[in-house]
Ligand binder design. Structure first.
Ligand code: SF4
Ligand code: SF4
Length: 436
């Protein structure tokens, strides 16, 4: 710590930050400015600006912590443009915990650098919608009417929303067909055959409403893999979106509720949403570190990790498949091999690698709605690379990526199915009565 910031810390301040969840100085100082992370950073690749790179953003955090710069609109803008994809963490040889530094800095910005009213209302409305299943259910009901009444076709054909980029981005994410699924899952699903363990299934806010078939297939595959599956009611939200947008206290409250709902009796907590899994593994950092929270975080598994160890009776699917790494699975949880292993294990599937498979697609939580221009440029790159694979199916394990990439492929007329890996595996699994 520099002399200046030590002095300021003594006065209840850390430069421009206060002492309520400030970014960790040790983490900031771990950056040796080598620049190895720069080519991996999507915003640096698009803009070529040092201040829109990980190194530049860490420099800004350090300058703020040392009181050399305030939480100015310029600093805020460079941090807003960050996707929080954590590709820089994977690349960094010094172990800089960029995701946590970003979230802490955003927390300070959210509390101490007021934004224009319109921006505050928009981000509050998006979080209030996406993290409340009931409200999201109503919104999706309205979207269903919008689609069925032919309004969607009209709005898209006339480019009515062209002047409002954020509204257009939101509308463009709406799928052209309604979600599948047969209603809520039972609270307990029995394992098939010899039981290997008991898992708790996180339903996820967006996943459970926009992709209920993904949760249904996740549960079915887990039972075939020998797990009893518990699906606690009233799970609420894991808090990931709140954490990524700097609403740390709200994220803590949601995480505490989730912890209480899952209890202690499960062997693993399974997610099929990369963003949720990544946030849940970080709970010990954000909640008061105690053994219960640490034990919870250690039990978190992406569904692909458990299924990759199982011996599933899969039938043949003759398909060429490519795979996009969700940032919060590849970088946030370091899970890369298991989804590929699972997909390649389906007889008849030819798995082709996607160039820059772990480059962010631009979804990044609510980023694609708040920063549609950068998100659109990244989506364009992603779709070009997907088209080059010649695959008939793109698989990816995060609802935001599913929506974003499906949108990109749809808009460019690319005839490709965009599926969660468990949907593809489910097709290869023998049919079962109901959810069984
Ligand atoms: S989190 Fe992603 S966008 Fe942000 S600095 Fe790191 S690599 Fe760049
Ligand atoms: S790779 Fe790590 S140490 Fe090097 S500039 Fe990036 S964040 Fe700093």
């Amino acid at each position: 710590m520099s002399i200046r910031s030590e002095t300021l810390a003594g006065a209840g301040q850390l430069g421009a930050f206060d002492l309520r969840d400030p970014p960790d100085l040790e983490g900031i100082r771990a950056c040796v400015h080598c620049g190895i992370c720069l080519p991996q950073c999507p915003t640096y690749r698009v803009l070529g600006e040092e201040m829109d790179s990980p190194r530049g953003r860490i420099y800004l955090m350090r300058a703020a912590a040392e009181g050399r710069v305030g939480l100015t609109p310029t600093l805020v803008r460079h941090l807003d443009l960050c996707l929080g994809c954590r590709a820089c963490e994977t690349a960094c040889p010094s172990g800089v915990p960029f995701g946590r530094l970003l979230e802490a800095t955003r927390g300070q910005i959210a509390r101490r650098a007021p934004r224009p009213l319109g921006e505050r209302l928009l981000s509050g409305a998006l979080l209030g919608l996406l993290s409340h299943p009931k409200r999201l259910g109503w919104a999706l009901g309205a979207a269903r009417f919008y689609r069925q009444a032919g309004l969607q076709r009209l709005v898209r054909a006339t480019r009515l929303l062209a002047p409002w980029s954020r509204l257009r981005a939101l509308e463009a994410l709406l799928p052209a067909s309604p979600p599948g699924g047969d209603g809520p899952l039972p609270e307990v699903l029995a394992a098939r055959g010899k039981q290997r363990g008991t898992v708790g299934l996180l339903l996820g806010c967006v996943q459970r409403l926009a992709f209920p078939q993904v949760n249904a297939e996740t549960a079915r595959l887990l039972t075939w893999a020998g797990y009893e599956v518990l699906v606690p009611r009233d799970q609420g939200c894991c808090g990931a979106l709140h954490l990524h947008t700097g609403r740390i206290d709200e994220a803590r409250a949601l995480a505490t509720h989730l912890l209480a709902r899952f209890g202690r009796e499960v062997d693993f907590l399974v997610t099929n949403s990369a963003g949720c899994g990544s946030a849940m593994r970080e709970y010990p950092h954000w909640l008061a570190a105690d053994r219960e929270v640490e034990a919870f975080a250690l039990k978190v598994r992406d569904v692909s990790e458990l299924l990759a160890e199982a011996d599933l009776p899969l039938r043949r699917l003759d398909l060429t498949v490519t795979y996009h790494d969700p940032c919060h699975l590849a970088h946030g949880q370091r899970v890369r091999l298991e989804p590929r292993k699972l997909l390649a294990a389906i007889p008849g599937v030819r798995l082709v690698e996607l160039a820059d498979s772990d480059l962010c697609c631009g979804s990044a939580g609510v980023y694609s709605l708040l920063e549609p221009e950068m998100a659109g440029r990244l989506l364009e790159w992603k779709v070009q690379r997907i088209a080059a694979t010649g695959a008939g199916v793109l698989a990816t394990g995060n609802p935001g990526c599913l929506l974003q990439i499906a949108r990109g492929c749809r808009e460019r007329g690319l005839a490709i199915e965009v599926l969660h890996p468990v949907e593809l595996l489910g097709r290869a699994l023998p049919e079962t009565e109901g959810i069984e």
